[in-house]
Write a protein that binds this ligand. Structure first.
Ligand SMILES: C[C@@]1(CC(=O)O)c2cc3[nH]c(cc4nc(cc5[nH]c(cc(n2)[C@H]1CCC(=O)O)[C@@](C)(CC(=O)O)[C@@H]5CCC(=O)O)C(CC(=O)O)=C4CCC(=O)O)c(CCC(=O)O)c3CC(=O)O
Ligand SMILES: NC(=O)C1=CN([C@@H]2O[C@H](COP(=O)(O)OP(=O)(O)OC[C@H]3O[C@@H](n4cnc5c(N)ncnc54)[C@H](O)[C@@H]3O)[C@@H](O)[C@H]2O)C=CC1
Length: 218
């Protein structure tokens, strides 16, 4: 089945997790990393989930699933050990045009979960469209080893410079040239060497260079 990869913005969005076992717990942890507003529906939950509920990180309705639970929800994850409940939750959610994933049941999914590596603002998602989830995991682990140290801080620095570059370089072509130089490896190496000051200084120099080039052309 061909799929279309996206990065969902779930911050403060209502994510419903039906089921409270080991599989549901993993889904909740991933959703909390995306700062979603998570509600778990399950008669019983794992200790790890209970700890998250006690810490106020997610809500729990200690009950069996019914269609009313979908009210106000943006996205649905299903992982109970009752196949009939899983199928019913899928049917209710898809009738309501909600995005729904039933763990390990591709025919009951409007989206699949990839294997995900997170490093600060970087996320790499590997999908095999269901061919082999373990292959997706293996490849993700290989990629994990290839991300250099300091990448998190490097992306944070580039993110902080985005509004600044947009304000200072109204010309799109100049901005593009600036970003090409800002990402060519020099700034990254300075951040990796923990020399944030030199990295900032180089970015300032590059920005100034493009600003001057624009001014000369005018
Ligand atoms: C289609 C999809 C739908 C979905 O669930 O979203 C799906 C379907 C199925 N999974 C099955 C089995 C296993 N899945 C895993 C693990 C993961 N499965 C994930 C995703 C997906 N699994 C979606 C496709 C993703 C893709 O291919 O890219 C990962 C990536 C993400 C996540 O789940 O969060 C996560 C690894 C995360 C990580 O570690 O990084 C393991 C390994 C383990 O559990 O240790 C096994 C046992 C070994 C094996 O069977 O390979 C079965 C057979 C069930 C049976 O035999 O009864 C089916 C159904 C079928 O194949 O028909
Ligand atoms: N544990 C694993 O690593 C794997 C699990 N699976 C499958 O994923 C599913 C879930 O697995 P686990 O989390 O291990 O199961 P589990 O048995 O640990 O948990 C099942 C959860 O579903 C809840 N539940 C049962 N009936 C419900 C209902 N009517 N409404 C709401 N919640 C209900 C239970 O309270 C419990 O919290 C199962 O179908 C299992 O076969 C598949 C592959 C691996």
């Amino acid at each position: 089945m061909p799929t279309y990869p996206v990065s969902l913005v779930l911050q403060d969005r209502a994510a419903l997790v039906v089921g409270g076992g080991a599989v549901a717990t993993r889904k909740v942890e991933g959703l909390l990393a995306a700062e979603a507003a998570v509600t778990v529906i399950a008669p019983e939950v794992t200790d790890a989930l209970r700890a998250l509920v006690d810490a106020g990180r997610c809500a729990w309705r200690a009950k069996a699933y019914d269609a009313d639970d979908l009210r106000g929800t943006d996205i649905v994850f299903v992982a109970t050990d009752d196949e009939d409940v899983n199928a019913r939750a899928y049917r209710d959610a898809s009738e309501a045009h909600l995005m729904v994933n039933v763990a390990d049941r591709p025919e009951l999914c409007t989206f699949f979960l990839p294997s995900v590596l997170r490093r600060g603002k970087l996320s790499i998602a590997v999908s095999t469209e269901g061919a082999s989830p373990l292959t997706a995991r293996r490849l993700r682990k290989e990629l994990e080893e290839r991300i250099p140290g300091g990448f998190e801080a490097y992306l944070d620095l580039l993110a902080a410079w985005r509004p600044r570059a947009i304000a200072a370089l109204p010309d799109e072509a100049a901005r593009y040239r600036f970003w090409q130089q800002a990402t060519d490896g020099r700034v990254q190496r300075l951040v990796q060497a923990a020399d944030e000051e030199a990295a900032e200084h180089l970015l300032e120099e590059l920005l100034e260079g493009e600003r001057t080039a624009c001014a000369t052309l005018l």
